[in-house]
Design a binder for this molecule. Sequence first.
Ligand SMILES: Nc1ncnc2c1ncn2[C@@H]1O[C@H](COP(=O)(O)OP(=O)(O)OP(=O)(O)O)[C@@H](O)[C@H]1O
Ligand SMILES: [Mg+2]
Length: 136
Amino acid sequence: MIQKIDLKYRPRKWQEEVAKELKRFSVLVVHRRGGKTVLAVMLLITAALRNTRDNGRYAYLAPLFKQAKAVAWDYLKAYSAKVPGSKVNESETFVEFSNGSRIRLFGADNPDAASWNGSGRRRSRRGRRYEIFCVG
Ligand SMILES: Nc1ncnc2c1ncn2[C@@H]1O[C@H](COP(=O)(O)OP(=O)(O)OP(=O)(O)O)[C@@H](O)[C@H]1O
Ligand SMILES: [Mg+2]
């Protein structure tokens, strides 16, 4: 079933171009307040919602967990709240959609993420496959 959901996100021109040109590994250099974090969150949400396999896993990683939470958590919750059926898990900092996809925040300082295995698509953390890993 295809459902159209307006997340009230209107990408800036460069954000739209990056979303189209995304490669297996993409590195962006963008000025302060340019919209990097919003873009990363929206790439994760869009991919998570489009996932047709079971239990797609998506991650946003920052050098420190508290940075991930400070910069990305509010955007992730605010945009996800517009998706019917989305659930927020505050204690494990993930959002889950009704198709089973989850987007979770990690910090590279978190021992739980210590075996984190690199960045990019389809990387694993303790054997768990991630469809997309955004590093901010
Ligand atoms: N497509 C968009 N439409 C409207 N507002 C946007 C969009 N992208 C980003 N913004 C807004 O621009 C501001 C900066 O966005 P964001 O935090 O993503 O930038 P950033 O590049 O990550 O900044 P920083 O350099 O502080 O990390 C925020 O207020 C955000 O809501
Ligand atoms: Mg940012």
